[in-house]
Write a protein that binds this ligand. Structure first.
Ligand code: GAR
Length: 193
């Protein structure tokens, strides 16, 4: 069995699509949702979908091995950040080298970095007058949005595009491509181990 851990901080619509995608798969499953906000909607989604959760605070994440130990107990093969907004600490990065990926709602290296998440990204893309945007799936390192890019897909930014309409377009791209990219990576990870 190949085990995926999803880290999410907010709504968790991507987390839900990933869980549903692998529901029918006998060799890959989402083992647990890790969440840093106790009132995040992703936790309600996880409950409805019957996926265990682990909620942690800043101190457990950055000053202890609690999250790392949970990942090891769950025998996690791949960590997927889906709308998770904190940097991953060194203890987890070194244990899961090249086995942590993130999705970003723009064409990196543009519109990435510390406070670039969710709607803020789409607002920045539109105010800069960009004609296209898209999604980037990349490996995670010690900096925000800077790891090697694995996959990108573009979409058009229309003249009358709003941050809301762009967000909806980008979410559709994410739902279509994130689970498939995860599946390909899991196969690669299990072939190389
Ligand atoms: C997604 O669009 C994801 O790309 C973005 O947050 C959204 C989470 O939506 N991530 C970032 O901006 C990371 N910098 P969701 O909670 O509905 O899956």
């Amino acid at each position: 069995m190949n085990n995926i851990a999803i880290f999410a901080s907010g709504s968790g619509s991507n987390a839900q699509r990933i869980i549903e995608y692998f529901n029918k798969n006998r060799s890959i499953s989402v083992t647990r949702i890790f969440c840093n906000k106790k009132d995040a909607y992703v936790l309600s989604r996880a409950e409805k979908l019957g996926i265990p959760t682990f909620v942690f605070g800043r101190n457990e994440f950055y000053n202890s091995n609690e999250v790392l130990d949970k990942l090891k107990d769950d025998e996690i093969d791949l960590i997927v950040l889906a709308g998770f907004l904190w940097l991953v600490p060194a203890n987890i990065l070194s244990e899961f080298s090249n086995r942590i990926i993130n999705i970003h709602p723009a064409l990196l290296p543009k519109y990435g970095g510390k406070s670039m998440y969710g709607m803020r990204v789409h607002e920045a893309v539109i105010s800069a007058g960009e004609k296209e945007s898209g999604i980037s799936i990349h490996y995670v390192n010690e900096k925000y949005d800077e790891g090697e890019i694995i996959f990108q897909k573009k979409c058009i930014v229309e003249k009358d595009e709003t941050p809301e309409s762009l967000s909806a377009k980008i979410h559709q791209l994410e739902y279509e491509h994130f689970p498939k990219t995860i599946e390909k990576l899991i196969i690669k990870v299990s072939l190389s181990s």
